[in-house]
Design a protein around this ligand. Structure first.
Ligand SMILES: Cc1ncc(COP(=O)(O)O)c(C=O)c1O
Length: 288
């Protein structure tokens, strides 16, 4: 299997489509050294990117949160994604937009003089957690905590936030798990390394208050679906000892979609009817 840098196709970079293999940056790119990078993960279904505009808006907001401006408007980003989709020939695709501080006059921590760059690629990407989508994913519990909003701009979809996610996921995979659940800096249940988390108890749904992590677009969509079904949703702080009492659990995210969870550490959950209903309902909704 070839690497992601060695594929046929085209990538949009700084205003135009270029050959996939030519979409490179210089080693003295600021983002590479100091994580001055933000990105989006999006999925297209039947040729249409689900909630595309919301993703483009979030990309721009994430950049502002880490102190740079993307030199493209939301409309221009939308047009660029459409160009990428058309060039890819794909109807169902994962779309990755990324913006970063490039190489330039600055090589220290400050980099106001370096150009801000942007690229968009699309490729085919199946179920993020493989067959866990049917059976229920097995999650490890991470030793890393989601940081306080006073420590880092926790609501940005920024590269720097993912360092602990990568380490958590490596540790989880080494134990045969698909992912890891992370607590936050206060010890409350937070999310997985690239997806939000929901629990079911007595017919009601509980999900952590996203006060120190990404309030995912899928999370917000699923909360809307639950409310449409007249199901009570509690967005609140969830203590670790509550895991014992929850009956069902699922993850939400653009890549993860709605993935049932069967196990977190020593706690077990059934892939129950509400989980299945929401997973199927989401699959339907994204293709409407
Ligand atoms: C850390 C993290 N949390 C939550 C999410 C879910 O966000 P969304 O539903 O907007 O894809 C993602 C994925 O984008 C993520 O990386």
């Amino acid at each position: 299997m070839s690497g992601y840098d060695d594929r046929d196709g085209q990538i949009w970079m700084d205003g135009k489509l270029i050959d996939w293999r030519d979409a490179n940056v210089h080693i003295l790119t600021h983002a590479m050294h100091y994580a001055s990078s933000v990105f989006e993960g999006e999925r297209a279904y039947n040729g249409k990117i689900f909630k595309s505009r919301q993703h483009s808006e979030r990309l721009k907001k994430s950049a502002n949160m880490i102190d740079f401006d993307i030199p493209w408007t939301v409309d221009e980003i939308e047009a660029a994604k459409a160009e990428v989709m058309a060039a890819s020939g794909l109807t169902d695709a994962y779309v990755r937009a990324v913006a970063w501080r490039g190489a330039g006059e600055d090589m220290g921590v400050a980099s106001a003089r370096n150009p801000v760059r942007m690229a968009i690629a699309a490729w085919e990407w199946g179920a993020y957690y493989g067959d866990a989508k049917m059976k229920g994913a097995k999650l490890d519990i991470s030793k890393w905590k989601r940081p306080s909003p006073e420590t880092i701009p926790s609501h940005a979809k920024a590269a720097g936030l993912y360092m602990i996610c990568t380490m958590s996921k490596h540790a989880a995979e080494a134990k045969g798990c698909s992912d890891a659940m992370m607590f936050d800096y206060r010890g409350y249940v937070a999310e997985a390394t690239g997806a939000n988390i929901f629990f079911v108890k007595d017919g009601e749904v509980h999900t952590p208050d996203p006060d120190c992590f990404l309030n995912g677009i899928t999370r917000q969509t699923v909360i809307g679906m639950l409310k449409d079904r007249q199901i009570k949703v509690h967005e609140r702080h969830i203590m670790p000892e509550e895991l014992e009492g929850f009956e069902q659990c699922w993850l939400t995210g653009t890549a993860a979609e709605v993935t049932p969870v069967g196990q977190i550490g020593d706690y077990n959950f059934e892939v129950g009817s509400l989980t299945r209903d929401i997973a199927a309902g989401y699959e339907k909704l994204v293709r409407l």
